[in-house]
Design a protein around this ligand. Structure first.
Ligand SMILES: Cc1cc2nc3c(=O)[nH]c(=O)nc-3n(C[C@H](O)[C@H](O)[C@H](O)COP(=O)(O)OP(=O)(O)OC[C@H]3O[C@@H](n4cnc5c(N)ncnc54)[C@H](O)[C@@H]3O)c2cc1C
Length: 409
């Protein structure tokens, strides 16, 4: 068993959240210890998508491996030409070049070496916090940041009952004919014409799809949020049925993706003495499931504040440092916005597929800055409220009733 010297901050994890916050802490000149169950250059299992403008604002749009300007959704019933008219988003969407993104974050972490360790127990000892790992090794730091993902067992949060999860089953592959148009990105294809009336009463799902070029496409059947989540088996069956209905057959599977993560995890208890970042800190956008843009935007502010607090005289203990961190990570403005999004998600989860299509068709009629700001969580609270009110007034009455009262079975 070894005990390492006390660092300023210890970060647990090596996913996008950990790498984003470590890069910023290193930039602040802090002494950082990083540990994760695997080396930080191990390929991440997920592919990350984002609206290109979010990266342009940060000056890192070159990290996109794929970018589409032909971005559409389908909110019609799929019957006849009229039911298949696409909503054109006229806004670029992209997928990160995963390796380049990871490499760039690691470059910014300098020569910091990750210890390959799985954290087992965290103990707060006043001015320091100790992390005991499965190996028996212990690490100490003035502050511990848990970036070990949505299912962290170290972060305390209130129990608000069952958590809704986003679930998806997807295939990167070759097909008998193109599942989407050439050079196209489909954010949501909600057309339900391949389903029987009975099947349409079940929790809805949509197709997320894109052309990767050279005859390769990615198609993914996605359930926005559901509790209990839709199973991978159901989503796979729905994907096959949807493709079959369009006369498309999967010829070769290059990669399969099974996606499952919580959408409305309650906010962590912000009085605890371990800070969190990323999935562990409930930073997933409850209305869209996106998080990477938020990590990139929120990490610099958090790291700067922590550097200031770590330099305070007299020194702050672990509890006080974590408190300062939580206050910056979850400001009262961000908490209010999060509550509004969670309210919105609860309403959407009660909608049947027709009402959901109607809702999204109206949502994407909002001015582009409004819907994109809503999805990126970059609108100030007052504007977010104004956008939500505007959406309410623009919506058909069935959707308005659903927004106000939810829809019972
Ligand atoms: C399939 C899928 C697709 C997604 N697509 C998108 C997308 O397109 N765009 C988007 O913005 N978001 C997306 N998300 C949502 C979210 O951005 C991801 O879940 C993201 O990976 C969460 O990042 P994280 O770093 O918090 O956690 P993770 O990526 O889960 O990383 C957790 C890290 O902690 C380590 N760890 C865990 N436990 C311990 C321990 N006890 N000790 C030490 N280390 C530990 C793990 O090894 C890992 O390195 C997607 C999620 C999934 C599941």
């Amino acid at each position: 068993m070894t005990l390492t010297k006390c660092a300023d901050v210890l970060v647990m994890g090596a996913g996008p959240a950990a790498l984003c916050i470590v890069a910023e802490l290193v930039e602040q000149g802090l002494q950082v210890t990083a540990l994760a169950s695997h080396l930080p250059d191990k390929e991440w299992p997920n592919t990350y998508g984002i609206w290109a403008e979010e990266l342009e604002t940060l000056g890192i749009a070159s990290l996109l491996g794929h970018r589409w300007d032909k971005t559409v959704s389908y909110f019609g019933d799929g019957i006849g030409a009229e039911g298949s008219v696409p909503t054109e988003h006229q806004f670029d969407y992209g997928l990160f070049d995963q390796a380049a993104f990871q490499k760039e974050l690691l470059r910014r972490c300098g020569d910091l070496k990750w210890s390959v360790e799985t954290a087992l127990k965290i103990s707060v000892l006043g001015s320091q916090t100790e992390v005991l790992c499965c190996s028996g090794n212990t690490y100490r730091a003035r502050l511990v940041i848990d970036a070990s993902g949505h299912r962290s067992r170290f972060v305390r949060r209130p129990d608000h009952g069952p958590v809704a999860e986003q679930a998806a089953y997807g295939v990167v592959g070759r097909f008998s004919s193109p599942p989407v148009e050439s050079s196209q990105f489909v954010l949501m294809d909600f057309r339900p014409d391949h389903l029987t009336l009975k099947e349409r009463e079940e929790p809805p799902s949509f197709l997320y799809a894109m052309d990767f070029g050279e005859g390769v496409f990615f198609v993914e059947e996605t359930s926005l949020a559901c509790s209990p989540p839709l199973s991978s088996k159901i989503l796979r069956e729905r994907l096959h049925k949807r493709l079959e209905h369009r006369g498309v057959e999967i010829k070769e599977i290059l990669h399969e993706e099974n996606c499952l993560f919580p959408m409305n995890l309650p906010l962590p208890d912000r009085s605890q003495s371990v800070l969190a970042f990323g999935g562990a800190a409930s930073m997933v956008h409850p209305a869209s499931g996106y998080m990477v843009g938020a990590l990139l935007r929120r990490a610099p502010t958090l790291a700067k504040q922590l550097a200031l607090e770590l330099a305070a005289d007299p020194p702050l203990d672990s509890q006080a440092l974590a408190q300062k961190g939580w206050n910056v990570l979850w400001t009262s403005e961000l908490i209010q916005r999060h509550r509004l999004y969670q309210f919105g998600l609860r309403r959407l989860m009660s909608f049947d597929e027709a009402r959901l299509r109607s809702f999204f068709a109206t949502f994407f009629c909002l001015p582009r800055e409004d819907w994109s700001g809503f999805l990126a969580n970059t609108l100030p609270l007052s504007r977010l409220i104004a956008v939500m009110l505007r959406l309410f007034w623009m919506s058909p009455w069935q959707v308005r009733v659903g927004m106000l009262f939810g829809v019972s079975d």
